[in-house]
Design a protein around this ligand. Structure first.
Ligand SMILES: Cc1cc2nc3c(=O)[nH]c(=O)nc-3n(C[C@H](O)[C@H](O)[C@H](O)COP(=O)(O)OP(=O)(O)OC[C@H]3O[C@@H](n4cnc5c(N)ncnc54)[C@H](O)[C@@H]3O)c2cc1C
Ligand code: FES
Ligand code: FES
Length: 460
């Protein structure tokens, strides 16, 4: 049985845990505001908000219901567009009213998803700035209105919204963004019956890879959910080791002070990885196990010389990938942790990706470089003390460019050295031509990224 609160109503369901929440909403509830577009996490039309009890109360986030399994919302608050108001057609939230006033909706298919993303943003913990609100729509595609009137509608609401000093939930209720019943949810969730279900399916972390290609098959199964394992959801520093649980999401990584204090530029890179809805679910472990040659997290952790823990074996990530989608891991094993040693003081991590679109696109080529350059003030020669480079989209696996890093070590940065480093890197890779670009283009992209990493490193 799966128990949760849908909008203002307690629900207990006996469906399979693998059924996508989108299918349950549209077939079982009569609530049709949640739209089905791509079923691949790309369009955002199916966006709902999920509130999960956490260390600091209920943590709400906007997610794609097409990639969200029912078993993963047990004990949670599921909010659809209908749950934001009382049901009276005159009763609109400020965002809904502003979309109406600014004619920010034409056919209306994408509008519920946009309102849910914006409300999910308000319910989260971000600073309430207009630019951050607009950024929260990075996973919502509109194909007929265009985005200018949408932006205007968002700006109108955000400039009226105070930064809450204490209770954000109360402020949002007072301003009409959410109904009063939200006050009761915390207590009501704690009274839900415990979960009882058998497991006859695969391991699911965030589901953002498996549901894209196996949604129909998973709908009839009872998968095992890693999000239920608290031990896999933490980021800690243990002496000089940073340890990241495999079920840590991209959003948690982006908001972790442990990570952003060490690597301030990673936050910006992560904002170009998937979308707000996908980052709330996608996990670091899932990214590494999925073994895509362009996995964004894999290249970052390769540059950090990270290791992965699988059944108590600690394996260097650079040795974990044995070939295209082949891992040093047996079926049924769980990757529990990613860990790396704190880099030397003065090290800079630079990560870049180039795709066909700025938002919501996987890379044609991505790369990450950990770099330490001699302090310019002591010696103006820019000696590279250390460099480790990794790249994706240029071989069957996310690749550590060992020879390029070794070549750079001890060199004084100059145009000549930059050119030679690019030539060494190109010799290490074997890109293929595909929909993301020709092999020649991918070589050019990698060389441009290596230049950018090194020149950025000097400017730090
Ligand atoms: C719209 C969209 C945009 C995307 N954009 C990007 C992008 O920009 N960059 C990028 O790198 N990726 C992107 N992805 C891919 C995906 O979000 C990531 O690869 C994500 O990290 C997968 O993690 P997950 O937790 O969702 O994996 P899941 O789908 O839950 O699992 C993937 C596979 O790994 C297995 N698995 C998961 N965790 C473990 C574990 N701890 N131990 C053992 N097996 C495990 C599962 O059984 C499954 O086979 C995108 C996906 C979508 C849908
Ligand atoms: S239906 Fe397109 S993101 Fe879910
Ligand atoms: S209003 Fe038609 S797709 Fe956005």
């Amino acid at each position: 049985m799966i128990s949760f609160i849908c909008n203002n109503k307690e629900v207990t369901e006996s469906c399979t845990g693998g059924l996508p929440v989108l299918d349950w909403i549209r077939s079982q509830t009569g609530l049709k505001g949640t739209k089905e577009g791509c079923r691949e996490g790309d369009c955002g039309a199916c966006t709902v908000i999920v509130g999960r009890p956490g260390d600091s109360g209920i943590e709400y986030s906007a997610v794609c219901s097409c990639l969200l399994p029912m078993g993963d919302i047990h004990g949670c608050h599921l909010v659809t567009i209908e749950g934001l108001t009382t049901g009276n057609s005159e009763d609109l939230t400020p965002f809904q009213q502003s979309f109406y006033d600014e004619a920010a909706s034409q056919c209306g298919f994408c509008t519920p998803g946009m309102i849910m993303s914006l409300t999910g943003f308000l319910l989260g913990s971000h600073k309430l700035t207009t630019s951050a609100a607009i950024e929260s729509l990075d996973g919502n595609i509109c194909r007929c209105t265009g985005y200018i009137s949408v932006k205007r509608a968002v700006e109108n609401v955000m400039c009226e919204l105070p930064e809450p000093t204490e209770n954000r939930l109360e402020m949002l209720i007072e301003k009409g963004h959410i109904p009063e019943y939200f006050r009761t949810i915390s207590v009501r969730l704690s009274k839900l019956p415990a979960h009882s279900t058998s497991v006859d399916g695969p391991v699911i972390a965030g589901g953002t890879d498996v549901y894209v290609h196996s949604s129909d098959e998973l709908a009839g199964r009872h998968p095992s959910f890693l999000s239920r394992r608290d031990d896999l959801g933490r980021i800690v520093t243990d002496n000089d080791l940073v340890r990241i649980g495999s079920a840590v999401t991209f959003t948690q990584l982006r908001e972790s002070s442990v990570i952003t204090d060490l690597f301030p530029d990673l936050k910006e890179f992560l904002s170009r990885v998937s979308s707000t809805q996908i980052r709330s679910r996608a996990t670091v472990g899932g990214n590494i196990v999925n073994a895509s040659p362009i996995a964004d997290m894999a290249i970052v952790f390769l540059a950090l010389n990270a290791s992965v823990t699988v059944s108590n074996r600690i394996i260097p990530l650079s040795e974990f990938y044995l070939g295209y989608k082949k891992l040093d891991m047996q079926e049924g094993e769980i990757l529990t942790e990613i860990s790396f040693t704190l880099p030397e003081p003065g090290s800079v991590l630079s990560s870049l990706k180039v795709g066909k679109r700025e938002y919501l696109d996987i890379a044609s080529v991505n790369s990450s470089m950990l770099l330490r350059i001699e302090d310019e003030n002591e010696n103006e020669s820019n000696v590279i003390l250390f460099a480790r480079v990794a790249a994706g989209g240029v071989s069957p696996v996310p690749l550590l460019l060992k020879r390029t890093g070794d070549f750079l070590k001890g060199k004084i940065l100059s145009e000549n050295i930059l050119q030679t480093a690019c030539s060494v890197a190109v010799e290490e890779i074997s890109p293929i031509s595909d929909v993301r670009g020709s092999k020649e283009y991918k070589r050019e992209l990698l060389m441009a990224q290596i230049r950018a990493h090194l020149t950025r490193g000097v400017m730090k």
